[in-house]
Write a protein that binds this ligand. Structure first.
Ligand code: IPT
Length: 972
């Protein structure tokens, strides 16, 4: 608690939300009133403290010719003035609310503008700021307008009297730190600046100040009811519905409802005496009924993501194109919901959500997470002096965003502990807008909320919650109240680095329990900031790369998209796991079952195709007639007649659901869902007639195409091609999920493995046995300083009638193994010229035991370079699952082939695992001039999402257990 009375604090430190501004109101993309965007280059001066410079810069005659410039919207720290800071929970300064440090970077901004010639002479004008971090003081033509806080919320000032036809001087002083900072401790970069638009709005006499569109839908009658409240009053027309109403008046007519799957909007106009505002009305009703969230009478399943606003060059200044790109990518990946973590997004984003169809949790700009380690002492959320600032934030969000059909929940904020301030916010919201669900995750009592929400709850707990039998938390009454509520995971499946694992297992729970209405993956995009090496190579920086005193490393890179918005394997996996059509079948019986798992849409918008593939080569295909199933319905169909394959080999049916027509987010033919059905069972590589005996030749041991070192039994060459290995390998460059979170020490396998020494194994050769039918190499593989190990026997044979060299590896754990293995297989090196990979098995992207859903059996070809997944912090990546055979060749097609029984995990890269492990950023990896390193794995440890969440589920753990696996190598 501060000992200084508020009255004595400067405006940027007092607890007030601001002074001099207008009340909040509805946002609109456009009206017929004039507006002038004030973006562009502004004169800029940075001072190290809040008061280093006097305020004379605000005077119209001030000479700012010696200043620098910044682009508005933008953050000065991304434009060469100062530097960004990344902390997750920590405040980057001493916690003494509401005081902030003396070192308070302060950006003075100045913009001179003329009014356009046709700017109306009548009426007033409003100066609008969509977002400034964290506190702004504003002057126009030397006159102070006021002060505001609340970084991702709009603020307006009346300026009509002050405007001149030309030479207007707008001066804005922005402080990086303010009392508002205590309310904005989100896990993201600290990025001060005027990062959203500044606009001058003409306000004619009788202009619309505020309006509230109430558009509900009654699923029983199929009718929508529309009422628009506006200040001042006027008329509302909806030509398509033949409606012409007075504001405040209701009309009920037959309509098509709005849903995220069918985002039907009606164009409408609100006209008052002075202004015409274009509206887009979506009719829908959201209720909590029978313990479930229902929209238009139906339970909905959120297949969601958490979206921060982020661009690798411009930070939270995100343009319209990028916003649309985000949503188009979401829709193309079957995502139907966004939580705007952890603040209201740019207002235009919600227009796009209305248009493209997404359910939105609109979250208030409030987080006080840094108080958690103080036992929540001094938490503003539980201190009445802060309540006006909290309620101001709730009002600014609700008033701005209340007219969006897409917004179905208001979220009070994120990670603020508990307190009376939250109750005051919820009370205010409920009173103003009872038509939506109130969300907040941080209070298990759900005192203020309509939904029980959690983050990162493990699968087992979600299963209990689904049965409404979760552990007691408080007294019986509160527990009963909570158990009656619907449930969502507002954050789950931490997408940091390689992962998240376990998505399918969550999805099964959401599909099993009515109460579990889905979740929101954490998070949409990696917040890596674009940087260049001295040589000009682009890479992405994270915490610690900008000279921060405190930082949280690469915890800021935990998205489904890479910083450049390329989908990561996690997004491809998520798309498959949440696909809204399920395709299953039984190849032997020739049957196919299609299930529509949409909540609202039937299947008439999709076409279905089938293909029959023999060893990954399509030998038959066509269209498949599927009835336009209603949501929840299934159809049992017959698979087409099996084509005469011609090529033999393992065969599969692939059935795909494709968009029948272009949509706003993808073209006709876009794949929405797919399934594969085995038509035959995989067979082991054919055994040959007989085996060759090893022989000595020129000091080497020769067996078929292989030459071995007689002392160590190591393979030296295959058909004349120099190779290194293969020998046992259990190490992988720990993923962020392997490294885990400090609060879950038992399963921080990245550390446990390293402590055990799995990255520095010794391979002792105990025997090289030459027999008539085989070469057997007996070894004991173990780390120094411990007695655990892996007895490893390599048995080499060669066929008489084929140029194959066969290897069977038998592994027996020795001693007490208390942790799973990272991987189990062999590593070999082949010449660097073998840069092209082709394989028959899972692809085209990487997969691990619990990130395996999107891996599709086929014949795939990629270069070794293309097989790498460029995680912002390098780590294990790039394994292909279920590989039956793989080939690595040079540009002329010569190289090496491997077949495996059973199918194996195939990884190839131009650096070693040790180099991958040591790298901190992508430019740290330099390709070897000599070698492509290949891992052929019998097993891989799953991925989990323990960087913030549950670890690897039992079925996906790679326990140390006896194992045997085989490969056949040949030259091509
Ligand atoms: C949770 C935060 O809400 C989110 O902002 C982000 O930090 C995420 O974790 C991890 O990346 S809070 C955590 C204590 C579960």
């Amino acid at each position: 608690m501060s000992t200084t009375p508020d009255a004595q604090l400067p405006y940027y430190e007092d607890m007030s939300p601001g002074t001099g501004g207008l009340p909040p109101r509805a946002w609109t993309a456009g009206s017929d009133a004039a507006r002038l965007g004030l973006g562009g280059d502004w004169a800029f001066r940075l001072s190290p403290t809040a008061t280093a410079e006097d305020e004379s810069f605000a005077r119209p005659d001030y000479d700012a010719s010696g200043w620098g410039t910044v682009a508005v919207p933008g953050h000065w720290v991304l434009q060469g003035h100062g530097a960004p800071i990344y902390t997750n929970v920590l405040y980057p300064f001493p916690v003494d609310p509401p005081r902030v440090p003396t070192e308070n970077p302060t950006g003075d901004h100045r913009r001179v503008f003329d009014l356009p010639e046709d700017w109306p002479a009548d009426g007033g004008a409003v100066l609008r700021f969509e977002g400034v971090e964290s506190c702004a003081r504003v002057w126009l033509n030397g006159q102070e307008l006021g002060v505001f806080k609340g970084s991702r919320l709009p603020h307006e000032f009346a300026v009509g009297e002050l405007l001149r036809p030309s030479g207007n001087v707008l001066a804005v002083r922005v402080h990086q730190w303010s009392s508002g900072t205590y309310l904005e401790d989100q896990d993201q970069w600290w990025l001060p600046g005027i990062f959203r638009e500044v606009t001058l709005l003409h306000r004619p006499a009788d202009a619309v100040t505020d309006f509230f569109v109430h558009a509900s839908y009654d699923h029983a009658s199929g009718e929508g009811t529309l009422r628009v409240d506006a200040e001042p009053g006027g008329r509302v027309t909806v030509p398509e519905l033949g409606l012409d109403l007075a504001t405040g008046e209701s009309a009920t007519v037959a309509v098509e409802p709005w849903t995220a799957e069918t985002p039907r909007l009606y164009e409408a106009t609100l006209a008052t005496g002075g202004e015409r505002v274009a509206l887009r009305v979506g009719f829908r009703t959201v209720v909590v009924e029978d313990g479930v969230i229902k929209v238009n009478g139906e339970r909905v399943l959120f297949r969601g993501v958490n979206r921060h606003e982020f661009h690798p060059e411009t930070g939270r200044a995100v343009d319209l194109e990028t916003m649309r790109q985000d949503l188009v990518l979401m829709k193309r990946h079957n995502i139907n919901a966004v939580r705007t973590s952890h603040y209201p997004p740019h207002p235009a984003f919600l227009d796009l959500c209305d248009e493209l169809g997404l359910w939105v949790i609109d979250e208030c700009d409030l987080e006080t997470h840094g108080f958690v380690d103080l036992g929540w002492r001094g938490n503003p959320v539980d201190d009445d002096r802060w309540t006006p600032a909290l309620v101001d934030r709730a009002r600014r969000m609700v008033e701005r965003d209340k007219n969006h059909a897409s917004v179905v929940m208001w979220s009070l904020g994120n990670e603020c502990g508990t307190g009376r301030g939250l109750t005051a916010m919820a009370d205010w919201i409920r009173e103003r807008d009872p038509s939506r669900v109130i969300h907040y995750e941080g209070d298990m009592s759900c005192a203020d909320t309509d939904v029980y929400s959690r983050m990162y709850a493990p699968h087992e707990e979600v299963d209990q919650i689904g049965q409404r039998t979760e552990a007691a938390w408080a007294d019986a009454e509160l527990d009963a109240k909570r158990r009656a509520l619907p449930f969502i995971l507002c954050e789950y499946a931490h997408a940091m680095g390689n992962g998240p694992g376990g998505l399918s297992d969550y999805q099964r729970l959401f599909e099993t329990h009515e109460r579990c209405q889905g979740g929101f993956v954490w998070e949409w995009i990696d917040h890596g900031i674009a940087k260049r090496t001295a040589e000009g190579e682009l890479f992405y920086g994270y915490g610690g790369d900008f000279g921060e005193e405190l930082h949280d490393g690469n915890f800021v890179c935990d998205g489904l998209l890479f910083p450049d918005r390329t989908p990561s394997p996690g997004l491809i996996e998520y798309k498959k796991v949440i696909e809204p059509v399920r395709i299953e079948g039984d190849g032997a019986a020739g049957t196919l079952r299609i299930t529509n798992t949409h909540d609202f849409a039937d299947l008439s918008h999709l076409t279905f195709s089938w293909a029959y593939e023999a060893e990954g080569v399509e030998v038959g295909g066509g269209e498949l007639a599927v009835p336009p199933l209603a949501p929840g319905e299934s159809a049992d169909l017959k698979l087409p007649d099996r084509p005469a394959t011609g090529t033999g080999g393992e065969a599969l049916w692939t059935v795909r659901a494709l968009l029948a027509a272009d949509t706003a987010w993808a073209e006709a033919g876009h794949e929405v869902a797919w399934g594969q059905i085995p038509a035959t069972t995989p067979t082991a590589p054919a055994a040959s007639g007989g085996v060759l005996a090893p022989r000595r030749e020129d000091g080497a041991l020769v067996l078929g195409p292989g030459a071995f070192d007689p002392a160590t039994g190591a393979l030296l060459s295959l058909g004349g091609l120099a190779v290194t290995g293969p020998r046992l390998d259990v190490w992988r460059a720990p993923t962020d999920n392997d490294n885990g979170a400090p609060w879950q020490p038992d399963e921080r396998y990245g550390l446990i493995w390293r402590t055990l020494g799995l990255h520095r194994l010794h391979h002792r050769v105990d025997a090289v046995e030459v027999a008539d039918d085989a070469l057997t190499v007996r070894t004991r593989v173990a780390p120094a300083a411990t007695d655990v190990g892996l007895e490893t026997v390599y048995r080499w044979t060669a066929d008489t009638d084929a140029d194959r060299l066969r290897l069977t590896v038998s592994v027996t754990p020795l001693g007490e193994w208390t942790c799973p293995l990272p991987r189990l297989g062999v590593r070999l090196g082949v010449p660097a010229a073998l840069g092209r990979a082709e394989w028959f098995g899972g692809g085209p992207g990487e997969a691990y035991p619990d990130t395996h859903a999107a891996s599709r059996i086929g014949r795939w070809a990629l270069s070794v370079d293309e097989m790498q997944t460029p995680y912002v912090r390098p780590q294990e990546n790039g394994a292909r699952a279920d590989v039956r055979w793989a080939r690595l060749t040079d540009d002329g097609g010569a190289g090496i082939a491997v077949e495996g029984a059973p199918p194996f995990w195939f990884t190839a890269r131009r650096w070693t695992t040790e180099q991958l492990d040591a790298a901190e950023h992508t430019p740290d990896l330099s390709p070897s001039a000599d070698t492509v390193w290949v891992n052929l794995d019998h097993g891989q440890q799953g991925i989990g999402s323990q960087s913030c969440g549950p670890g690897v589920l039992p079925p996906y753990r790679l326990g140390a257990a006896p194992a045997e696996f085989s490969f056949a190598f040949s030259r091509i």
